[in-house]
Ligand binder design. Structure first.
Ligand code: ADP
Ligand code: 5GP
Length: 249
């Protein structure tokens, strides 16, 4: 049994090397997972999906991602690699894999990443191997990545990607949230606010756009999108056989 990403996250150092040996992304286009849909007690397999949450920093995507992981056992978080310094309270292998610039470049050269980008002057990337492993283990994969990463992921695995953009109700509220989160120095908050408009300008590269005003209401919509996308005909790989049998009855 191949370990899902959530297992890898518990043993980060042992598995950082494992990220270097990824199967080509073409395998992802073939990602027939073993998830079963209970449909009148018949089991129908479906393709795993890649569920992306993006937003300007502070709009609430990490909060929504944590809520989703807690509520839904069929989805695993993609833990990114970054060169940015660890914030207080963050854990290596849980929040990010924190690496040096040289290590990052080595992994780029090894083709270990599905996508990578520079955000706020730091490098961020999605390691490919855990994503493939999660799909093989029958789990959907959740990504907290920016618009650049979303574009790259979509170019590589288009039909399996579901892109959700989270907007704050206002820029004043965005600033309130960044301040009340209490994780960044005032100059960092300022740079995040300055970048917000350019992040928001990419809203139209997403399948769904939600305004995160009331957190519970927004979370309900995120769950609704995921549930609906899982039911898409193209993802229900067992349907052809099921319908064939149905017609033969
Ligand atoms: P992001 O991951 O997009 O940078 P976070 O999830 O860290 O943002 O959220 C930023 C802050 O705003 C956190 O302190 C979080 O608890 C708070 N927050 C998130 N959503 C809401 C909401 N709907 N209403 C009020 N506060 C929120
Ligand atoms: P933070 O440093 O606040 O955790 O994240 C900063 C920004 O980087 C956020 O917009 C987040 O979505 C983005 N990000 C985090 N991981 C990745 C990644 O692996 N790839 C890309 N492209 N962006 C990422």
């Amino acid at each position: 049994m191949i370990a899902p990403a959530s297992h890898i996250a518990k043993h980060p150092d042992k598995h950082l090397d494992a990220m270097r040996s990824s199967r080509p992304i073409a395998a992802m286009a073939d990602n027939i997972s073993s998830q079963n849909i209970d449909n009148d007690h018949r089991e129908l397999n479906r393709r795993g999906l890649l569920f992306v949450l993006s937003s300007p920093s502070g709009a609430g995507k990490s909060t929504l991602a944590h809520m989703l992981l807690k509520a839904d056992e069929e989805i695993a978080m993609s833990v990114s690699v970054t060169t940015r310094p660890k914030r207080p309270g963050e854990e290596h292998g849980k929040d990010y894999y924190f690496v040096s610039g040289d290590e990052f470049e080595e992994m780029v050269a090894d083709h270990s990443f599905l996508e990578y980008a520079t955000v706020f002057g730091n490098r961020y990337a999605t390691p490919a191997a855990p994503v493939n492993q999660s799909l093989e283990a029958g789990q959907d994969v959740l990504f907290d990545i920016d618009w650049q990463g979303t574009q790259q992921l979509y170019q590589r695995a288009g039909q399996d990607v579901v892109r959700v953009f989270i907007l704050p109700p206002s820029l004043d509220e965005l600033r309130n949230r960044l301040e009340s989160r209490n994780t960044d120095a005032p100059e960092i908050i300022e740079s995040r606010m300055q970048r917000a408009a350019s992040e928001i300008s990419h809203w139209d590269g997403y399948d769904y756009v939600l305004i995160n005003d009331d957190l519970d209401a927004c979370f309900a919509k995120v769950k609704q999108i995921l549930a609906t996308e899982r039911m898409r005909r193209s993802r229900q790989t067992g349907l052809i056989g099921f319908v064939r049998d149905l017609m033969a009855e």
